[in-house]
Each structure stands twice: as structure tokens, then as C-alpha cells.
Ligand binder design. Structure first.
Ligand code: ATP
Ligand code: MG
Length: 385
């Protein structure tokens, strides 16, 4: 009895024109996610199998696969030679710990197997009842678990009961490349994850205001970047020094527009980095109306300085929904560690909630925008995670 993990992809991939592209890309990602474990990944027509691994690596394999976008479901299974006695022993072993009601379902791809599928299911059902009749009962309509037996064409049978939901979505990289504005907060890592899930390969850009914000703030973002890299199959983080720009805005411009103006600079710099490194879109963690800088007027203002599309996957999310995802993907604990974000430096007491475009332009004219952007772009630290 060999331990095997069955991986299924979303059926939509299997029908579309890009089928081979998706399936091959996903195979690459599965192999990359499992590169630290000794195992083989085999591609079948409708699924993949992870085989030849040590029992002790099982948990690690499943947890790595649950971070790969494009995987629809997983099943921990056993593989045995397609012989009735071997299948029966395996089925009985799988039922050892089970209670409640069950049914057996056989899929007989191997037409040379001497027993037909309906007959095999009922014979195995009888075997289960004979051994575990005191704790298990048959219920073909609403069983508490289903014992599946797949008779493969290669003469091997896969036996399993559990189906674990994967993250779904599409393989990372199948929907282009986006540049995520990554703060140390709760929202932007979730926004990045959602775009990965949608098939976008992401890079992250963080604005850092040393010495106003210390090394710990940067380390926190590096830690978040590392967590995201598991979903993104690696991640490049660009750390931009934002101090000069903030000081200049603070010195020369109206206090209530500080955040609006900072956002406009962040957007410009992110777009330039994306153009330089092959990005096609900007991603932010903004959610409509959450804070002063996320009103429709503020978003319009920051959006107007770039040409690239800006994706805001959280725009209609409640904070609690976002927190729920942050917990699920494992970024929440890091996001809530205390830190200083560059946006809290020089924070105005009364930020403009509905900044007027003419006023913003007038205030911005007091700065040499191009030179400030250029300087910031000359000093970007690149961290591969
Ligand atoms: P988050 O939880 O992502 O920080 P937030 O609700 O705190 O979001 P803001 O602080 O207003 O919202 O930031 C809005 C968005 O601007 C963030 O989601 C992020 O995409 C971007 N952003 C803010 N600060 C930074 C930063 N220092 N570096 C990079 N991007 C930033
Ligand atoms: Mg924030």
C-alpha cells in the first residue's frame, strides 16, 4: 500500500483553449512547491499524482499543495495493485478509524479488471460490513463518507475517502504580472494573495521612510513578502526610500493633503517600477470608504497619475471579511504586529476626505515631481524572497 496524493484541477481549465498551457504551468508550480520533499509528480489526463514519498513528509506535501493556486481539490489516497484481495485489504484499512454511514464507488477505467464496477462496489461494501458492521452502516443517498476505488489503466487501484478543497483559481503567471503596493497592514497582503489566486504573478513594492520608520517596519514587510511568496512561487520585493518625498510634501504643501499627495507619488513610482520590470498592472489593498484616503475622490486622485490599470480586489470587502482571509492565508498574525508605517509619519490631524483636483494640482506644483520620482527610483533595494 503506497501513500499517494491525488491533485485535481478546476474543470474549466480542462475544457478551454489554453488547457495545455494551464496544465503545464500548474505542473511546474506543483514541482516547485514540493521541491524540498523527495517525491515524484506524475501528470495524468485529468489530474496529477504525488508518489514515492516518505510517510513522514505527508503533512508537508499537503500543506504546500494547499498554497498552489489552480489546484481544485486533493485526496490523500493509497495505491495498490489492482487485485481484489489487495483492494479489499486497503479499503478495510481506510475504514479502520471511520464511523457513521458510507457507500463505495468504483471507477473502472481499466476495462480488463474482471469484476464490473457496480459488483465490485457492492462486494467491497459487504466486506466492510462484515468487519465493521458494529460501527458502520450503508447509506447510498447521504453517506457520511464515500470510499472511492479508481481502477487505473496501468493496473493500479487508488483508494481514498477524503476530498480536501484547494485554493482554486488559476495557476500563478497565467494572468500576467502585477505590482502590489505592500504596506505592513492587513489589507495589502490579502489583495496580493487574491490576485495570485486569479493567476497573476506578483511583485511587491514597499515604501519605507528611514529613519522615521525603523528596520523593524521593513523586516515586517519582508516577513509578509515571504508568506506571500509561498502562493506566488517566489516574490521580488522592491523597497523604495520615501523619506525625501515625504519631507518635501510636509515642508511645502497643505497639511490636509499629505496622504493624498503621498499616494500619488507611490502610484507613480510603482507604475515606473512595473514598466521597468515587466509589470502590467498595479495592485492595492484599498477598500472603499475605509479611511479618508480611500474615498472615491481620493482614489480618483491617486488613480489619475497613472495609465496602468489599478486592481483593487478588496474594494467592496468589509474589514472582517479581509481579516478572515488574512487568517486563512497566515498573514494576519504578522500584519497586526506593532509597527510604524510611513503613512503614520507626518499624519495630518484632519486629512482631506474629498480632495479637490484643482487644489491638489496647485499644491503639487510646489514640488519638482519628476525629480523626486527619479531620485526615489535610483535607490531601490531589491530583495528576492
Ligand atoms: P493596508 O492594511 O494594506 O496597509 P490600509 O487599510 O491600512 O491598507 P492605507 O494605509 O490607506 O490602507 O493604504 C492603502 C493602500 O496603499 C494599501 O493597501 C497599500 O496597497 C498601499 N500602501 C500604503 N502604505 C504603503 C507602503 N508603505 N508601501 C507600499 N504600499 C502602501
Ligand atoms: Mg496601512
Amino acid at each position: 500500500m503506497d501513500r499517494i496524493v491525488i491533485i485535481r484541477v478546476c474543470e474549466i481549465f480542462l475544457k478551454g483553449k489554453n488547457r495545455f498551457y494551464f496544465v503545464n504551468l500548474l505542473e511546474e508550480h506543483i514541482k516547485e512547491a514540493l521541491k524540498k520533499v523527495k517525491c515524484d509528480v506524475k501528470k495524468l489526463q485529468m489530474r496529477y499524482l504525488v508518489e514515492n514519498f516518505d510517510e513522514s513528509d505527508y503533512e508537508e506535501i499537503v500543506s504546500a499543495l494547499l498554497k498552489v493556486s489552480g489546484i481544485h481539490t486533493l485526496s490523500p489516497a493509497y495505491g495498490v495493485k489492482s487485485e481484489y484481495e489487495k483492494i479489499r485489504d486497503c479499503v478495510l484499512k481506510i475504514c479502520e478509524e471511520k464511523t457513521g454511514t458510507f457507500k463505495v464507488e468504483t471507477n473502472r477505467a481499466d476495462k480488463s479488471f474482471p469484476i464490473h464496477s457496480v459488483e465490485l462496489s457492492s462486494t467491497l461494501g459487504g466486506d466492510i460490513l462484515e468487519k465493521y458492521g458494529d460501527k458502520l452502516k450503508v447509506d447510498v443517498k447521504e453517506p457520511s463518507f464515500v470510499v472511492k476505488v479508481d481502477l487505473r489503466e496501468n493496473g493500479e487501484a487508488l483508494v481514498y475517502t477524503d476530498v480536501i478543497k484547494g485554493i482554486g483559481g488559476m495557476p500563478v503567471g497565467s494572468s500576467g504580472k502585477g505590482f502590489l503596493m505592500l504596506s505592513g497592514g492587513i489589507d495589502s497582503p490579502v489583495a496580493g494573495y487574491l490576485m495570485c489566486k486569479r493567476g497573476m504573478k506578483i511583485s511587491a513594492v514597499h515604501f519605507h521612510s528611514y529613519p522615521y520608520t525603523g528596520e523593524a517596519a521593513k523586516e515586517k514587510v519582508v516577513a509578509l513578502g515571504k508568506l506571500l511568496s509561498a502562493y506566488n512561487i517566489g516574490l521580488t520585493l522592491y523597497v523604495v526610500k520615501f523619506t525625501e518625498i515625504q519631507e518635501k510634501i510636509h515642508e511645502k504643501c497643505a497639511e490636509d493633503l499629505m496622504i493624498t499627495m503621498m499616494r500619488r507619488f507611490m502610484m507613480r513610482i510603482t507604475e515606473k517600477l512595473a514598466l521597468r520590470y515587466g509589470g502590467q498592472a498595479i495592485i492595492t489593498g484599498e477598500s472603499l470608504g475605509q479611511v479618508a484616503s480611500q474615498t472615491t475622490e481620493s482614489i480618483t486622485s491617486s488613480n489619475s497619475v497613472v495609465k496602468m490599470p489599478v486592481f483593487r480586489p478588496l474594494i467592496a470587502f468589509d474589514k472582517l471579511e479581509t481579516i478572515g482571509i488574512a487568517e486563512k492565508i497566515g498573514t494576519y498574525e504578522t500584519s497586526v504586529l506593532p509597527y510604524e508605517d510611513c503613512c503614520t509619519v507626518f499624519l495630518p490631524k484632519f486629512p482631506a476626505i474629498k480632495p479637490k483636483p484643482e487644489r491638489i494640482l496647485k499644491e503639487e506644483a510646489k514640488l519638482d515631481v519628476d525629480a523626486l520620482v527619479k531620485n526615489a527610483l535610483e535607490n531601490v533595494e531589491i530583495i528576492e524572497l
